[in-house]
Design a protein around this ligand. Structure first.
Ligand code: SF4
Ligand code: SF4
Ligand code: SF4
Length: 315
């Protein structure tokens, strides 16, 4: 018998579950020798209210030692499922940037949730004139929450999606009863690009402009993209994506967009990035949509609807 493990997904795109599959061969050993998956709606049918779907009067998830939850908390059903996972799992892991810092679904936090609901179901681009669904649809919350805003979380593993090697490390460490070895610094910390200590321009360059690099030279010969004037969020983003000696996007000569969320779980990537830009001599007012810097970390109250007086401005 392996260690009983339960998986759940809330406001999630299932990319984190694909990251689990991407553990590859090691996953086969974990599943055949060490883990006993007792609940995983993404891969196996399990009724929350008994196998006929109507036997119980409250939502039930089997007991497990390890619980892994992906996605943020956006509606009342998510709260119910998450609280049941907390109750039934000894160790609860928040997997992926949606679970740890709100991720993409928390972009909605920049608007009023009722307006978003109407926009999704009744706008000209979706289904103008239709009625809002009201049967069997869980009530939307005021905003999307990271898991640790609603229940106690034992371990956070960010990334959109997270690094499969780190998922395997976390599971293996738990099985071996030790602390997992995970990166704790920023994306810049694992970036080999050349830094000269001062930016070359004082306004942010648009992504349509080309990054300067020589394809025949190693990445260590390319100048830091932030110093080139691109909005590279490496300084304010948690490390973890580097697989072949450089952060994934930097290796592709593309600026970091911040998908691992803030270095500190409750940090604010937008405010931190303003400081990083200033340190590089770049005017933060040249950033067209500053709130978009919270595209992966809008939970924890970071991203909120604009106040009317601030609507004309872009913050
Ligand atoms: S963190 Fe990214 S990959 Fe994971 S559920 Fe959220 S959007 Fe999908
Ligand atoms: S800002 Fe970007 S390019 Fe520069 S060191 Fe950090 S991750 Fe690398
Ligand atoms: S470089 Fe930045 S955006 Fe790209 S994968 Fe790494 S953390 Fe995500």
């Amino acid at each position: 018998m392996g260690v009983r493990t339960a998986l759940e997904w809330l406001s999630s795109c299932s990319g984190c579950e694909i990251a689990i599959l991407n553990i590859g061969e090691d996953l086969v050993a974990l599943l055949t020798e060490h883990l006993d998956i007792v609940h995983a709606p993404v891969i196996m049918d399990h009724k929350y209210y008994g196998q006929c779907g109507d036997e119980g009067d409250h939502l039930e998830i089997p007991e497990a030692v390890i619980g892994i939850v992906t996605g943020g908390v956006s509606n009342e059903e998510h709260i119910e499922v998450l609280e049941e996972m907390r109750k039934k799992c000894k160790i609860l892991i928040a997997l992926g940037s949606c679970a740890t810092q709100g991720g993409i679904p928390a972009l909605m936090n920049g608007q009023n949730s009722a307006q978003s609901f109407a926009e999704i179901y009744q706008s000209p681009s979706t289904d103008e004139g239709s009625s809002l669904p009201d049967q069997g649809v869980p009530k939307l919350l005021d905003r999307t929450y990271a898991l640790d805003e609603r229940v106690k979380i034992d371990l956070m593993l960010p990334g959109c999606p997270p690094n499969p090697a780190h998922i395997a490390e976390v599971i293996t460490a738990l099985l071996e009863n030790r602390d997992p070895e995970l990166p704790t610094k920023s994306v810049c910390d694992s970036c080999p690009t050349k830094r000269e200590g001062k930016g070359s321009v004082n306004t942010v360059k648009r992504y349509v402009e080309n990054v300067e690099f020589d394809p025949n030279k190693p990445i260590s010969e390319m100048r830091c993209l932030l110093e080139q004037g691109f909005m590279c969020m490496g300084p304010v983003t948690a490390a973890g994506c580097a697989k072949r000696g450089a952060p994934s996007c930097i290796e592709a000569r593309v600026p970091c967009r911040g998908c691992f969320g803030s270095v500190l779980p409750k940090g604010n990537q937008m405010l931190d990035m303003m400081n990083a830009l200033a340190s590089n001599g770049i005017d933060f007012k040249s950033v067209v949509d500053r709130r978009s810097l919270l595209r992966f970390s809008g939970a924890h109250g970071n991203l909120r609807p604009k106040k009317k007086a601030a609507m004309k401005e872009d913050v």
